[in-house]
Design a protein around this ligand. Structure first.
Ligand code: ADP
Ligand code: MG
Length: 246
């Protein structure tokens, strides 16, 4: 098998309250390969977001080794980490994290500013990805003119726009109703089918059941790691439909 996209070895993370270290991740060892679709579950406070932030190069582990796409990122300085993050990672958050003054297309194009592309190219690329998530006609709308589900699709488009090797999503459906959550899961399913690697945090079994592998954390350790032999298919008929009806 090819080398994993994610290789975690004995990852520990402590937060410091003054001088006191509070251990949150207590030794996480985990490999994730290209094109895997993994749901990360576990009780509130079990360390899911802490682990996602490390996977997404938003934070560094206190101890242990993280090799991302063949690069040891566990000991990188903040600048190098930011560089890896911008090239390799697309991150989707529960709160969408869109900039309110920018249009959908401008939000999606943001990561391309960092890549140094010309404005016209950025706009064209943003429109192409917005089309993939079914929001081409909303490209000039600002976040407050869009529904929650549409905002999350903009955020997903932003995560995809520079073609990262890894898509991470921390409770992406946490603020959405059931029907909209299913639409969003359809989009992640489509992204994974297109060859991407997806790691997604959720505390809802129905949502996790869309993934092909379910990893459960408890108290900063992996409790179980199992294949999902029968991942949920869309409750809607045909992923393309939701893109059209947006
Ligand atoms: P989950 O996402 O599974 O709910 P988190 O990773 O957010 O869990 O948090 C795990 C534990 O770490 C919690 O006890 C939380 O209070 C603590 N924690 C998270 N982030 C910080 C931080 N920046 N500083 C201090 N403690 C934190
Ligand atoms: Mg969390």
């Amino acid at each position: 098998m090819s080398h994993p996209i994610i290789h975690l070895s004995a990852i520990q993370k402590s937060y410091y309250m003054g001088k006191q270290a509070i251990p949150v991740l207590k030794g996480i060892t985990l490999d994730i390969h290209k094109n895997e679709y993994v749901a990360l579950m576990g009780p509130s406070g079990s360390g899911k977001s802490t682990l996602m932030n490390i996977l997404g190069c938003l934070d560094s582990p206190t101890a242990g080794k993280y090799v991302l796409n063949g690069q040891d990122v566990s000991k990188m300085d903040d600048d190098s980490l930011a560089d890896v993050r911008n090239k390799e990672i697309g991150f989707v958050f529960q709160q969408f994290n869109l900039l309110p003054r920018l249009t959908a297309a401008e939000n999606v194009a943001l990561p391309l500013v960092y890549a140094g592309l010309a404005k016209k190219t950025r706009h064209e690329m943003a429109l192409a990805v917005l089309e993939k998530v079914g929001l081409a006609e909303r490209s000039h709308h600002k976040p407050n003119e869009l529904s929650g589900g549409q905002c999350q699709r903009v955020a997903i488009a932003r995560a995809l726009v520079n073609n990262p090797s890894l898509i991470l999503a921390d409770e992406p459906t946490g603020n959405l109703d059931t029907k909209t959550s299913i639409e969003i899961m359809d989009i992640f399913g489509k992204i994974q089918s297109a060859g991407n690697t997806v790691v997604l945090v959720t505390h809802e079994e129905d949502i996790a059941n869309h993934a092909h592998r379910i990893v459960r954390l408890r108290d900063g350790l992996i409790e179980t790691d199992r294949r999902n032999e029968h991942p949920a298919k869309s409750a809607l008929h045909g992923v393309e439909n939701i893109y059209e009806n947006g």
